[in-house]
Design a protein around this ligand. Structure first.
Ligand code: SF4
Length: 439
């Protein structure tokens, strides 16, 4: 729980982005009873309840923990970790992000069902007091080779399944994505031990101000971090030619939205996203009911701030899509609101220089085709873990600098134009790319 301009903010970690329909209903009920009713989907596939009423924090946490959400769900076997400790952990914003594919466990084309690794990884993350020092933003990706995975987001540690000598191994790397090439590979049974060793190595090498793996790798190099991790391992990771030459198959992130068959009988999933990652309690309740009626009574929150309903029968798919649209969710990847992300903005964050969500809604009316835009109220970039093709960085109320993603420029990219209104930004985005910024 943290303070925000619009009241308390309760972050609900969802290992692998998964929650049951019953848990979704509990979140909706808690948001309605103890907060403003607004719920956000995050780019680490978590939920957050906004506008928690002063004095209701304890009741909200209790409601969520009774539903199996929060620390209590993950740590009952840890000696000495009683209810008070769990609540303290919750209050301390004790989040660690374990990200799986939203299709983990239900994509027949995947190399490995990564859902079976969730419990041992969570046990190790919460079983050693030292790991509480990890940044709440520290993110682990365990990729089973599904057709949908967060390959556009950098992760502090990533592992990705690959076929290896009639079996499966997990390639791994640091501060990047499975598209970057692997440092080595381990067997599925060795995955928890490898993660543990890499976390200890990170904490050994990180200076006080270095909170993310990319910062430690920038100082020491990824191979040195791995070499340091070796002192915590009783096996050596594989580094044969097949691992070194392995490349992750690309994914089409547009497949996060709409209807997609996964099996020969047409059973598959329906994907949608609420406009600008925010929905109300009633909509979350309705999503839970849809999953109970037409899916497998689970929801998967995606790292693209959307939701997937898995295991929908072919015959129900068009009805589910229609109901998702009736609820106000976007199901078409070409729709303007599927191509816009915005941080909380000045309505909920004191750091914001503009009302980014309201400005994004205005931009949606004139957003040129093909333009994917991120509106950020300040340099912290809370809404985007990745670098968007275009970023509008607020400089004042209703006024933005425009950046284009560019490998030669760090941060948001190349500054293209300064001090644009939303209308001027839409016009500039419609123009062909230029080599000289208009600043
Ligand atoms: S990016 Fe900045 S302004 Fe936006 S929510 Fe984060 S801290 Fe607030």
């Amino acid at each position: 729980m943290v303070a925000a301009r619009d009241g308390g903010l309760c972050r609900i970690r969802l290992p692998g982005g998964r929650l049951t329909a019953t848990q979704a209903q509990a979140v909706a009920q808690a948001a309605r009873t103890h907060a403003s009713g607004a719920i956000e989907l995050t780019n680490r596939a978590n939920l957050q309840v906004r506008g928690v009423c002063a004095g209701s924090e304890h009741a909200l946490s209790e409601t969520l923990m009774r539903a199996g959400l929060g620390p209590e769900a993950d740590v009952p076997a840890i000696p000495g970790h009683d209810a008070a400790a769990r609540e303290n952990a919750c209050a301390a914003d004790d989040l660690r992000n374990l990200m799986l594919s939203p299709l983990a466990g239900c994509d027949p084309e995947a190399c490995f069902d990564t859902t079976q690794l969730v419990a041992p990884i969570l046990d190790l993350l919460q079983g050693e007091a030292r790991f509480a020092a990890l940044s709440p933003k520290f993110a682990l990706l365990v990729d089973g080779g599904e057709r949908l995975a967060a390959l556009d987001h950098p992760h502090d540690i990533w592992l990705a399944a690959l076929a290896h000598e009639d079996s499966v191994a997990f390639a791994f790397g640091l501060a990047g994505t499975p598209c970057d090439g692997a440092l080595g590979a381990v067997t599925p049974a060795q995955v928890p031990a490898l993660i543990r060793a890499l976390l200890h190595a990170f904490l050994d090498l990180a200076q006080d101000d270095k909170r993310r793996m990319r910062e430690v790798c920038a100082v020491h190099g990824a191979h040195a971090v791995l070499q340091h991790a070796q002192r915590y391992l009783d096996f050596a990771p594989l580094r044969d030619e097949s691992v070194c030459r392995w490349t992750r198959a690309s994914v089409e992130t547009a497949a996060r939205l709409g209807a997609h068959a996964l099996h020969a009988d047409g059973t598959g999933y329906a994907g949608a996203q609420p406009p600008l990652a925010r929905l109300d309690a009633g909509t979350l309740d309705a999503l839970a009911s849809l999953a109970q009626t037409h899916g497998d009574a689970t929801l998967r929150i995606t790292p693209w701030q959307g939701v997937i309903l898995p295991n929908v029968a072919a015959g129900a798919m068009s009805l589910v899509l229609a109901q998702l649209r009736t609820l106000g969710l976007v199901t078409d990847p070409a729709a303007p609101l599927a191509r816009l992300i915005a941080c909380t903005g000045s309505a909920g964050c004191a750091k914001s220089r503009a009302d980014t969500k309201a400005d994004a809604q205005r931009l949606a009316a004139s957003l040129p085709a093909q333009a994917d835009v991120h509106l950020s109220g300040c340099e912290r970039s809370c809404a985007a873990a990745h670098r968007a093709p275009w970023t509008l960085l607020a400089v004042a109320h209703g006024c933005y600098d425009l950046y284009a993603r560019d490998a030669a420029h760090a941060g948001f990219g190349r500054l293209v134009a300064s001090h644009l209104t939303i209308e001027a930004a839409a016009q500039r985005l419609a123009q062909p790319p230029r080599s000289t910024p208009d600043v």
